[in-house]
Design a protein around this ligand. Structure first.
Ligand code: DGL
Length: 289
């Protein structure tokens, strides 16, 4: 049976945003959300991407829910100036607080989070119904993954582990290193002992550590990457609403709240594309909430 766009997404898109030429806005606490932006760009090259990474205040995952909400509102206040057709919360630590607080404050805009698509994907791929989730302390303590997964299939068991050291490791570009091997092993061993067959990378920074994680989990465990699941969902949405922009590819514009010169060198580890436009913007002074 074919579902209508409304049945699939239960979203009513404000009329004025029904413009396929508008950009797709994506944000994260730092460079992790680039995994989503990059995947989206390769899946939908005609989309204009405006990215914001809050590198001045990363990490979010070790901060209180109240501060994370406040930061997310500041970021959205900046991004709505681009009149984006959708805003992707490419950060699990923000997504884990639910997107309602953003939807209520920015009523004219459509938000997508990274948790729902990843949870659905995990339930789809698990065979033994034992799913592991790794994420920041904020994401894990919110219990978002277990509650969303249980709503989809109550028979699934979810094992979670907070991994606070992984975000700083990725931000510094220590992706393929012995240190990463040791830390990842230390974090995920207890999930492997629980005989999970699926592991959700519940932080958008973690796909950058995929090689290391795969080395430790071995080939039998399926990794669920939010960038894949979210980009597919977003594409389905844009197609359903006739909002997909298939024009000439535009270089993504990446805004960061801080970008010290030395980061330019490690940027290629996150997104090795010559045409990226990188800008620095101070949102804290301009968008106080
Ligand atoms: N990429 C963010 C996430 O998905 C990292 C949060 C943080 O800055 O700790 O949760």
């Amino acid at each position: 049976m074919k579902h209508s766009a409304k049945q699939l997404f239960s979203i009513s898109v404000p009329r004025k945003l029904l413009n396929k030429k508008s950009p797709v806005a994506i944000f994260d606490s730092g460079v992790g959300g680039l995994t989503v932006a990059k995947r989206l760009h390769s899946l939908m090259p005609g989309e204009k991407i405006v990215y914001f990474g809050d590198t001045a205040r990363v990490p979010y995952g070790t901060k209180s829910h109240q501060i994370i909400k406040q930061y997310a509102i500041q970021i959205a206040s900046f991004l709505v100036n681009f009149n984006p057709k959708i805003i992707i919360i490419a950060c699990h630590s923000v997504s884990s607080l639910g997107k309602t607080f953003l939807e209520k404050k920015f009523r004219d805009f459509v938000f997508f989070d990274v948790i729902q698509p990843s949870a659905e994907e995990a339930v789809k791929v698990t065979r033994n119904k034992k799913i592991g989730v790794i994420g920041t302390p904020a994401t894990i303590s919110s219990n978002s993954y277990p509650s969303i997964i249980k709503k989809i299939d109550n028979n699934v068991e979810v094992y979670q582990k907070a991994c606070p050291l992984l975000v700083p490791l990725v931000e510094e570009g220590w992706i393929d290193s012995d240190v990463a091997d040791i830390i990842v092993k230390q974090y995920i061993q207890e999930l492997l002992d629980s005989k999970i067959d699926t592991l959700v990378l519940g932080c958008t920074h973690y796909p950058l550590l995929k090689k290391t994680i795969k080395k430790i989990t071995g080939p039998a465990i399926t990794l669920v990457d939010a960038s894949e699941a979210t980009s597919r969902t977003v594409k389905e949405f844009l197609v359903s609403y006739g909002l997909l922009n298939s024009r000439m590819p535009k270089p993504p514009v990446l805004y960061f709240s801080d970008f010290p010169e030395y980061r330019r060198k490690i940027m290629s580890k996150f997104w090795n594309e010559k045409n990226l436009i990188i800008k620095k913007v101070n949102i804290e002074g301009r968008y106080n909430v």
